[in-house]
Design a protein around this ligand. Structure first.
Ligand SMILES: *[C@@H]1O[C@H](CO)[C@@H](O)[C@H](O)[C@H]1NC(C)=O
Ligand SMILES: [Cu+2]
Length: 236
């Protein structure tokens, strides 16, 4: 009885403790809550890695908090991404601590970042973090109030891009489908830059497979390593 109740309580807590990428920053300065972001109304995960919602979220969620603004950022400068449990959560409610896993950030070229349909191909990875010295990327994110800072590659051509921030929660990932994937896209106008076209681009859906060791993974078997899904991080 007791353990059944405990399990039910745990399940209820984890089922409702998802996350959304709510805010972008130019260095330390916010572009404004929800500004330049294509956001779902509900914070639930995508669990089918072959779904078209792998690109920039969507069904079974509804994208109805969609900003058509485009935020400018200089190539080579730092962009902040802040996640929160719901659309209005602050730094003390990022994501449930059970949701351990990696964080990845990708970009893809688009001709109109404000209103263009997200491209399925051409995504290059600009950042990833998984498990390091027993600490998950999500643990560090929670400690930092939901904020992650990454560098826009200095060598990419100026122009419009989508940025795709992604967290994978592994608390139920020991069999597939089980991993909870949370991704949202933001609209960017990169200024300055160079002329290096990123190599090793991938498609969403397509980049991840159910059999990837980073998608089907037992969080509770004392593992000390984790293989982050997707390509290597692009460097200039
Ligand atoms: C992007 O930045 C360039 C350079 O400042 C500017 O000319 C262009 O209008 C901007 N485009 C958008 C969509 O903001
Ligand atoms: Cu969740």
């Amino acid at each position: 009885m007791r353990s059944t109740f405990a399990f039910a309580a745990l399940f209820a807590a984890t089922a409702s403790a998802h996350t959304i990428l709510n805010e972008l920053y130019n260095g330390g300065t916010s572009y404004g809550l929800h500004n330049c972001l294509r956001l779902p109304s509900y914070d639930g995960p995508i669990m089918d890695v072959t779904s078209s919602s792998m690109t920039c979220n969507g069904s079974p969620n509804t994208l109805d908090t969609v900003s058509t603004s485009v935020c400018s950022i200089a190539a080579g400068s730092q962009i902040g991404l802040r996640w929160g449990h719901t659309l209005t959560s602050g730094s003390n409610d990022v994501i449930d601590a059970s949701h351990k896993g990696p964080i990845m950030v990708y970009m893809a070229k688009i001709s109109n970042a404000g209103t263009g349909t997200p491209p399925t191909s051409g995504w290059f990875k600009i950042y990833h973090a998984g498990l390091s010295n027993g600490k998950w990327a999500v643990d560090t994110l929670i400690a930092n109030g939901g904020k992650l800072t990454v560098t826009i590659p200095s060598c990419i051509p100026a122009g419009q891009y989508l940025i795709r921030g992604e967290i994978i929660a592994l608390h139920a990932a020991s069999s597939y489908p089980g991993a909870q994937l949370y991704m949202e896209c933001g609209n960017l106008n990169v200024t300055g830059g160079g002329s290096k076209t990123p190599s090793s681009t991938v498609s969403f859906p397509g980049a991840y497979k159910s059999s990837d060791p980073g998608i089907t993974y037992n969080l509770y078997s004392g593992q000390t390593s984790y293989t982050i899904p997707g390509p290597a991080v692009f460097t200039c």
